[in-house]
Design a protein around this ligand. Sequence first.
Ligand code: ATP
Length: 257
Amino acid sequence: MSETMLQTKGLTIQFGGHVAVNRVDFRLEPRTFKSIIGPNGAGKTTFFNLISGQLKPTAGTVHFKGTDITGFAVHERTRLGIGRSFQITNVFPNLTVLENVRVAVQAKSGVAFRLLSHYRKFSQIEEQAARLLEQVHLASKAEQLAKNLSHGDKRKLEIAILLALRPELILLDEPTAGMSLEEVPSIIEVIRSLKATGEHTILLIEHKIDMVLDLSDSIAVLFNGRLLADSTPDEIMNDERVQSAYLGGLYEDSIKG
Ligand SMILES: Nc1ncnc2c1ncn2[C@@H]1O[C@H](COP(=O)(O)OP(=O)(O)OP(=O)(O)O)[C@@H](O)[C@H]1O
């Protein structure tokens, strides 16, 4: 079996007196799709921040493909292949959609602007950028200025830019947040086709449970910073501890057991 893509051991972070992520032991296998669910304030985004390097843990470790990356900075993790969507603020509003992706492809390929006179290299970059736009269903908007895109299309552009960096592990933090209802199905389709390529390992934080059930191979449940359960969608939906946690019921008893 291939090497575990991501593993945390005893991962913990404390803010003052509040333990936001509490001794989380977590595994994510290559080329699988796992979602993280849990009530507001459960620690989901904080957990992402610990994986992508925005936060350093109080205790515990993060391993990526067998390497202990606990002390690594964000850019080192990005270089290793961890890509986080929506952290990207460098969507250039006055460039076209295609130009935005081309800049990202170029940055990844390490080709300096002055070398772009080399026609073959340039056309390879152009082709890859166009392919990425097709992948996120934005090909028809390639020539539009990024600033004129709808909120949903901006998110697709951000995914294309993320893909340009060729991440092995993709962290998607509430990709449908702030979208109009009409925009949601098309971003789900983009994520579904991303999964269908079979090239990525995907970790999704999402409150829309239908979407989670639809896309996930497995679901992890965080509650009060603890990993309450991590299993198949069917098992999670039938797990009494998960139901209790969401109903605000017998959580304390269940987690002690
Ligand atoms: N930098 C910080 N300083 C202090 N407390 C923080 C910080 N970041 C997060 N927290 C606290 O940690 C807890 C977990 O927050 P987090 O944003 O990870 O939850 P979440 O599960 O992502 O919630 P939501 O679903 O609402 O986005 C919350 O109580 C939050 O207030």
